[in-house]
Each structure stands twice: as structure tokens, then as C-alpha cells.
Ligand binder design. Structure first.
Ligand code: FO1
Length: 321
């Protein structure tokens, strides 16, 4: 086997719905634990006494085939007896916890209270639910995304769910990130001679990828990885597929474009995959660009995009070899 043939390991940074879609595509073309998914934990919070990790759960449910494709979060075929009972008691109902999903939070909270690390619990949940890829939180330390708005600083889920991203944002902070320790399995994967590529999924650059890259040393470890780093644009034709990415970009005074997203990762990128409708913008970037169909509607779309991303990384690796 050639040296290039042994490069099987793929590290993918993801969070939220767009990230989970490409993660699923990658899981269908990268075997088992050769796929390392770096999950954002900046959205994590404590609610009703429970420890909730929305992005980890979205990825886990998606890869386990348990996700609700309409809502984009939580489990499919969910029931809401707990929420109805909570509402009847006058409890807090702005953050919806389905009955099946509730089990994940209750069990995670119990194990965290018993001293287990979030990463160990996540790995065990994934194994039990039949997820072969390795889903690793960016850190086991506490990082919390907060947003400064006209109303002052808001905790992430207050902004995202309770206020439905309505207040215009002025600044974003990732509390705890600068002193958080990147998970050692991620640092090891980034140094592994089998590393084929690092993929930055089409997730929100501020809310999903931003917190990951803010963890102390992680951005530098990615920049120094001996394999191509390729990002996929979450913006298609000046619009976000889902979620507040476009709204946030304009509030922060950025152009809403695939190119503007790439510039946020400029120090890291060897290549960029953007939608065919944005191909004409590509030359502005000065790095190799791969036009693709990036709107992942079907499972086949997810798999095709995953193959295209890996092929673009392999082509970059050949050029630099
Ligand atoms: N998003 C909502 O818009 N409303 C909800 O009530 C809600 C509940 C929820 C429960 C568990 C979970 O894992 C995710 C949940 N989300 C909900 C999604 C989540 O808050 C965000 O999509 C992510 O944090 C952003 O990536």
C-alpha cells in the first residue's frame, strides 16, 4: 500500500444541522472510527437541572438514524408528555424536551454528577446507539457561547431559542474557551500520520465552528496538521440554507457570501468547497476552490458532497506531495 493509501483518518468540525448532514454523508464513505467528529459544546447549558448538549445530540441522533429531520433537533417520532405535564404545573416550557430526548439528558446528568467526563459519556451513548464514528466534544471543560445584543449579553439558548435570534447581535464571546483544554483525542488525531484531511462542515461559522476554533491551541493544531484543511460553505447564493448565519453576518457588518465565510478560516484553509451558484466568486479567494452541489436535501446529496470534499482534499494532498 502506498503512503497516501494509508491516510484514512478524517477529522470533521461540526455543529448544528448543516454539520450533522455532512457528518452523516462522511460516515457513509469513511469507515467506522476513521471518522472523528469534533462537536461544538458552546451551546451546552444547564436547564431544569439537566445538562444539555444540543450539538452533540444532533450529530449523535443523526448518525444513529434517530433524528427528527423536520425540526432538525431532537428525536423523530417524539412524544411530549413531559412538556405537557410541566406546562400544567406552570414550569418553564420555552425549551422543548421530548420524552425520548429527556432520557439522554437525565442519563448524561447522572453520569456527569458521578464524575464521568462528557467525552466518555458521549462515546458510550454513541456505541450503544450504533454510531461507529468517533464523536468527540471539542473539550471536556466548560465553554459557553454568549452574545452581546442591544439588550445586553445573552446566554446562547436564551438568544437562540427563547428570543429566536431576534435581537441584533454586536459581539460574540466564547466564555471559558481560552483556558479550555482541547480534547486529547482530537490533538492526537490532528498529529496522526494517517490523517487524510480536516473538514470544516457547512455549520454556522459563529455559533458552531467559532467556539471550536476558540478552544486554546485547537486552531493552531489544525493549522499545523500535515493534511489539507477544506471547508464547505454554509452560504449558497448569499443565503444560509437554515438558521441565522446570514442574519448574523449582516449584523456584524460582514458581506453575506461564501467568500466572506472562507475569509474567517483563511489562516487554516488549503481548499474551499462552495456551491456552483457561487463559483464565479471563487477567484477572489486565492486558494483552490471546488464548486459542488452543496444543498443536502437527500441522503444521496450528503454522500455525494462528502465524496467531493474528500476528493478535493486528496487532490490538494497530491499537489503538495
Ligand atoms: N431549538 C429550538 O428552536 N427550540 C427548542 O425548543 C429546542 C429544544 C431542544 C432540545 C434539545 C436539543 O438537543 C436541541 C434543542 N433545540 C431547540 C435546538 C438547539 O437549541 C439549537 O438548534 C442548537 O443549539 C444550535 O445548533
Amino acid at each position: 500500500m502506498s503512503a497516501a493509501g494509508k491516510r484514512n483518518l478524517v477529522v470533521a468540525l461540526c455543529g448544528g444541522i448543516g454539520g450533522a448532514k455532512l457528518a452523516l454523508g462522511l460516515s457513509r464513505v469513511v469507515p467506522g472510527d476513521d471518522l472523528v467528529l469534533v462537536g461544538n459544546t458552546g451551546d451546552d447549558f444547564e436547564h431544569l437541572g439537566l445538562m444539555i448538549s444540543p450539538d452533540l445530540d444532533t450529530i449523535m441522533y443523526t448518525l444513529a438514524g434517530l433524528n427528527d429531520p423536520q425540526r432538525g433537533w431532537g428525536r423523530r417520532n417524539e412524544t411530549w408528555t413531559f412538556m405537557d405535564a410541566l406546562a400544567a404545573l406552570g414550569g418553564e416550557t420555552w425549551f422543548a424536551l421530548g420524552d425520548g430526548d429527556l432520557a439522554t439528558h437525565v442519563e448524561r446528568t447522572r453520569r456527569r454528577a458521578a464524575g464521568e467526563a462528557l467525552s466518555a459519556i458521549t462515546a458510550d451513548f454513541c456505541r450503544r446507539l450504533g454510531v461507529a464514528a468517533r464523536l468527540v466534544p471539542m473539550t471536556d471543560d466548560k465553554v459557553r457561547t454568549r452574545l452581546r445584543t442591544e439588550e445586553g449579553w445573552l446566554d446562547f439558548q436564551d438568544y437562540f431559542v427563547r428570543r429566536r435570534c431576534a435581537p441584533p447581535i454586536q459581539e460574540i464571546a466564547y466564555d471559558g474557551a481560552a483556558s479550555a483544554r482541547a480534547h486529547p483525542d482530537l490533538l492526537a488525531a490532528l498529529r496522526d500520520p494517517r490523517l487524510r484531511t480536516v473538514v470544516i462542515c457547512p455549520s454556522n461559522p459563529f455559533l458552531s465552528i467559532g467556539p471550536i476554533l476558540a478552544v486554546a491551541g485547537l486552531r493552531e493544531a489544525i493549522a499545523h496538521a500535515a493534511a489539507p484543511v477544506v471547508a464547505v460553505s454554509p452560504i449558497i447564493g448569499g443565503r444560509a440554507v437554515k438558521g441565522p448565519t446570514a442574519k448574523m453576518m449582516s449584523e456584524l457588518g460582514l458581506e453575506v457570501s461564501a467568500v466572506a465565510v472562507a475569509r474567517r478560516y483563511q489562516d487554516l484553509l488549503d481548499g474551499y468547497v462552495l456551491d456552483r451558484v457561487d463559483a464565479s466568486e471563487a477567484e477572489k479567494l486565492g486558494i483552490p476552490v471546488t464548486p459542488a452541489h452543496t444543498l443536502m436535501t437527500t441522503l444521496a446529496d450528503r454522500e455525494t458532497l462528502a465524496r467531493r470534499v474528500l476528493a478535493s482534499a486528496d487532490a490538494l494532498a497530491k499537489v503538495s506531495a
